[in-house]
Design a protein around this ligand. Structure first.
Ligand SMILES: NC(=O)c1ccc[n+]([C@@H]2O[C@H](COP(=O)([O-])OP(=O)(O)OC[C@H]3O[C@@H](n4cnc5c(N)ncnc54)[C@H](O)[C@@H]3O)[C@@H](O)[C@H]2O)c1
Length: 348
């Protein structure tokens, strides 16, 4: 029975949505965040303001704390479930800070797992993994241009990639490696110690709480440029690359369902699926519809390990959690982002 949940990275996009969703379902939450995101991305990317906006609630105990601090072990013993969202989350950024990326993503995750093992209770553990654990493998498939987007030549991939993609012998960036290492540790703690752990491998998570910076969360960044009139650089693939987008609240609801009905050692690909898929070029039309402004863009070099096409095959997660549904469509997501950013720009 889960009563109190520890959310790491509680001020972040996913973490803050998890905190809000859990308390709306009657849970108590302990949230920890050291605002590392502000150190990594600077003021525009800082999540500290999310703490003031979203975490002021009598059932949320928010603390400024690093996941690597040894007192975190004591916190794990107090709770009945853990949602681990804290991370160095950017794959381009990880190329400049590989050691910090490793230390947060691998050592930080291992410390949490160890705390659960030492606590002796089978505390269910949700790990925010990433589709970047598959490195460049999605790029080894053939794609063709169909209208304003790429589509796979092999039509059996129409509904996306499942969990069977290989992860070895290809380029990942340090972020892909650190997340893959943590992902394997999370699986291993289920295999070896019998803990209920699950790795959720996501692609593009977004929502009004996302902080708009070029190196992480492209959706609010694009909307911000549309609103401010600044020029966007598209890195590779001329904007035909495809992503599937999921609102952080839909993801938070899946995590809640996992904590309530956990399985041991599972791996799930999670994203918006075919219905919430969009190419960058297609997003310009949607963003223009929503904001009234068209993005002005130029082209840059392709980024390392950047996917040409990613749609998530949701079959496995839907079969394990059949009552879970994606509530937010693309238009609602972009409208929410535009509303938040307009408020922010007007208030600045
Ligand atoms: N946003 C995406 O599109 C996406 C896609 C795939 C996977 N993920 C994964 O989902 C998780 C959540 O992503 P997000 O978009 O909410 O990221 P985010 O950057 O918005 O939130 C992460 C939070 O963790 C905090 N943090 C970082 N290091 C910390 C530390 N050492 N101790 C305590 N707090 C720390 C940051 O300050 C930040 O508030 C991450 O693990 C990320 O790798 C995100």
């Amino acid at each position: 029975m889960v009563n109190t949940v520890l959310v790491t990275g509680g001020a972040g996009l996913v973490g803050s949505e998890c905190c809000r969703l859990l308390v709306s379902h009657g849970y108590d939450v302990i949230s920890i965040d050291n605002y590392e995101r502000g150190e990594i991305f600077g003021t525009d990317g800082d999540t500290e303001q999310n703490a003031d906006r979203y975490l002021e609630h009598e059932n949320i105990d928010h603390r400024v704390l690093d996941i690597r601090d040894e007192t975190v072990t004591g916190l794990v013993a107090e709770v009945d479930g853990v949602i681990h969202t804290a991370a160095q989350p950017s794959h381009p950024k990880s190329i400049d800070i590989p050691y910090e990326d490793f230390d947060i993503n691998v050592r930080g995750t291992l410390q949490l797992l160890e705390a659960i093992r030492k606590d002796g209770e089978n505390t269910p553990f949700v790990f925010c993994s990433t589709n970047k654990v598959y490195g460049e493998v999605p790029n080894y498939f053939a794609y063709e241009r169909v209208g304003e987007r790429f589509e796979p030549v092999d039509h059996t991939l129409y509904d996306g990639f499942d969990e069977g993609l290989r992860i070895d012998q290809n380029k990942h960036t340090p972020f892909g490696v650190s997340k893959a290492a943590a992902d394997l540790y999370v699986q291993e703690y289920a295999e070896l110690y019998g803990i209920d752990t699950a790795c959720f491998r996501m692609g593009c998570i977004t929502g009004g709480a996302a902080r708009a910076v070029e190196l992480h969360n492209w959706e609010p960044y694009f909307v911000k440029l549309a609103l401010t009139g600044e020029e966007l650089t598209i890195y590779g693939y001329e904007g035909y690359q495809v992503r599937d987008v999921i609102h952080a609240r839909d993801l938070a609801d899946l995590f809640r369902r996992y904590l309530e009905d956990p399985r041991s050692g599972e791996v799930y690909n999670v994203g918006g699926g075919r219905e919430n898929s969009i190419s960058l070029r297609e997003s310009f039309d949607l963003i223009e519809d929503v904001t009234g402004s068209r993005i002005d863009y130029t082209h840059g070099e392709r980024r390392e390990a950047d996917h040409k096409w990613w749609i998530t095959d949701l079959s496995k997660v839907r079969s394990h959690y059949p009552d879970w549904e994606i509530e937010y469509g693309l238009r609602e997501i972009f409208e929410e982002i535009a509303t938040e950013l307009r408020n922010e720009i007007d208030g600045a």
